[in-house]
Structures are given as structure tokens and as C-alpha cells.
Design a protein around this ligand. Structure first.
Ligand SMILES: [Zn+2]
Ligand SMILES: [Zn+2]
Ligand SMILES: [Zn+2]
Ligand SMILES: [Zn+2]
Length: 307
């Protein structure tokens, strides 16, 4: 990122960060750079996006300014939420299950501290409980990866690690203004876990499609389970899945497969009694409209058990 490309949206006056929209133009803005402490000029012309700029000859790093502003804006926002007793909603794309999760960034927090010295590390912002134990470390990531020591300390002490990666001025304004903050990375999966193996549970949907019997060609309802993109046949259905499938006209019966040498629940033709074996069910997957099924709860794809 070049210094020219980054248009600084906040300046500092008497220790407070002010948005460019809140100050007079030129040097009358009376603001300094939060990093180099040199005076800033408020550029509020008709052509470019309003922003602060350094005077010619200033020696300052855009990355450092972006990092510093991000840290301070987020600290201010978290502190304000804690003081007011409000939640601070945030969301993130989960690296464990691929869902978007939501939460309250200041949950359990009594105080937000910037650059708190923890001996082994100094996270950008540390959220602390009333008794002083850290609940979360928040790292602002601009050009460098987060400090290894912060990652290690978070993992060792069971502290939630939240990362906000910033690229541009817009990201700073989002930190100050957006009703729900978008974190880049959070090491938490809020999905319920399988009680047997501990894996995150997957949502399942019963789908019943219109097909025809492979033997007598009579129209036939065929029920399947879609577990987040993984199809499963009636042999994996829970009682509830069966009830939903039958309500929609599927005929599910225990049939004996000579190939597999066992009986299992399968879609059955109401006219001739032929059934669709597990190995043939995939022929009907293309008929499934994934947006239009009946949610019937969760399943563990590792144990193939419904919860
Ligand atoms: Zn500066
Ligand atoms: Zn998750
Ligand atoms: Zn499991
Ligand atoms: Zn038939």
C-alpha cells in the first residue's frame, strides 16, 4: 500500500480522534497525525474523497497510521459499548465449519485495554473480565501477520483471538460506524458439537423429489437427506426425517438387499414394490432443489448420527 493511496480519514486533536467530516478544511482542522505527531491538512476539495494529509516532507508510514487508527477506533468503540452496557455485534466466516457466525464482541468484558503488557506479549486490545483475567485479544492486522506470542498466549490460556485485517480507509470507517463489525478471523466455532465425537454438527434437510420407478415406470416420490451438500439415503433417516418424508408422499420400507446382504430403509414403489438401493440413489440427486427442503435438525457427518 502506498502512502498516496491511503487517504487518512481520522486526525487527532487533544487526544481525541476526529473524522474528516467533523473538522474545518486545511490547517484550521487543528489536527495532528496520531503516529508522527506532525500537523495534518484536511483536504476537503470538491474532487477527491475528503481526507487528511501530511505536509510535504513528512516522513510517516501509511501502514502504521492505518494500524494505529484501527486499534484506537476499535478500542474506543469497545469501551463505549462496555460503559453503556450495550452489546457490540460482530460476525465472522468460521474457519472450522464455513458458516458465518455472529456474537457479541464485548461479551463477559468489563474493560478494554490497549497495548496491555502481559509479560510475554502486548495484544493490540485485551478484553478483561471483572477479576482481571483476559477473555479476548483483538489484533489489528495491516501488513504483518499477528504477533506469534499473542497467538501462543491466546491458545495457552484459552483466550479468544479476534483479528481485523485492514486494507483501506473504508475499513476504518466500518470499525467506527457499522452496526455489526466484520472480523476477518476468529478462532471460535459456535456450532453445536457432536456429543459422541466432538465434531461440529451439520444442518440436514429432507428433500422429496418426483421421479419414477425404475421397474414399472410409475411416478414415485423419492426422499433424500442433504447434509450440507452431502446426500444420504433413508437408511440414515431419523424418526423425524422419516415422518417428514412420509408426509410428502414418500414410501419408506425396510427392504432386503442381496448385494449388501442386509435390510435397510429405502424408497419403495407403491405400485410394484421395487426399491431404490443405496448405490442407485445418486441418480436422483440432480433432481434436488437445495433451496427448498425441510430442515429437520443436525447430524454428525463423522458418526452419521442425528442429534
Ligand atoms: Zn504521520
Ligand atoms: Zn463454525
Ligand atoms: Zn460425531
Ligand atoms: Zn414400480
Amino acid at each position: 500500500m502506498s502512502s498516496r493511496a491511503f487517504k487518512i480519514p481520522y486526525g487527532e486533536r487533544h487526544g481525541e480522534l476526529l473524522h474528516i467530516s467533523a473538522v474545518e478544511r486545511g490547517l484550521r482542522c487543528n489536527c495532528v497525525c496520531p503516529v508522527c505527531r506532525e500537523p495534518l491538512v484536511a483536504r476537503k476539495g470538491p474532487k477527491v474523497q475528503h481526507h487528511f494529509g501530511h505536509l510535504p516532507g513528512a516522513n510517516c508510514s501509511a501502514e502504521t497510521v492505518l494500524h494505529q487508527l484501527g486499534k484506537r477506533l476499535l478500542h474506543r468503540r469497545m469501551s463505549a459499548a462496555i460503559t453503556a452496557g450495550d452489546e457490540l455485534p460482530f460476525e465472522w466466516l468460521c474457519q472450522h465449519c464455513g458458516d458465518r457466525h455472529e456474537g457479541n464482541l464485548v461479551t463477559l468484558a468489563d474493560r478494554a485495554a490497549m497495548e496491555l503488557d502481559l509479560g510475554v506479549c502486548r495484544p493490540d486490545v485485551t478484553l478483561l473480565k471483572t477479576d482481571g483475567t483476559p477473555v479476548a485479544f483483538v489484533e489489528i492486522v495491516v501488513s504483518h501477520a499477528p504477533d506469534e506470542n499473542v497467538l501462543a498466549h491466546a491458545a495457552a490460556h484459552n483466550v479468544t483471538l479476534v483479528e481485523f485485517h485492514l486494507n483501506a480507509a473504508d475499513d476504518l470507517e466500518a470499525l467506527e460506524q457499522s452496526p455489526t463489525l466484520s472480523a476477518t478471523k476468529v478462532d471460535v466455532c459456535t456450532r453445536p458439537k457432536c456429543t459422541t465425537c466432538g465434531c461440529p454438527l451439520c444442518h440436514k434437510m429432507v428433500h422429496v423429489v418426483d421421479g419414477e420407478c425404475w421397474r414399472c415406470n410409475a411416478p414415485m416420490k423419492i426422499a433424500m437427506l442433504m447434509v450440507e451438500g452431502t446426500p444420504e439415503g433413508p437408511e440414515r433417516f431419523s424418526e423425524r426425517d422419516c415422518a417428514v418424508a412420509r408426509e410428502q408422499g414418500a414410501i419408506l420400507q425396510e427392504n432386503y438387499s442381496r448385494t449388501l446382504q442386509k435390510s435397510y430403509l429405502s424408497n419403495t414403489c407403491g405400485i410394484c414394490g421395487a426399491f431404490i438401493g443405496t448405490n442407485f440413489l445418486h441418480e436422483y440427486w440432480p433432481l434436488v432443489d437445495e433451496t427448498n427442503g425441510h430442515a429437520t435438525g443436525d447430524m454428525c457427518l463423522a458418526c452419521l448420527e442425528s442429534e
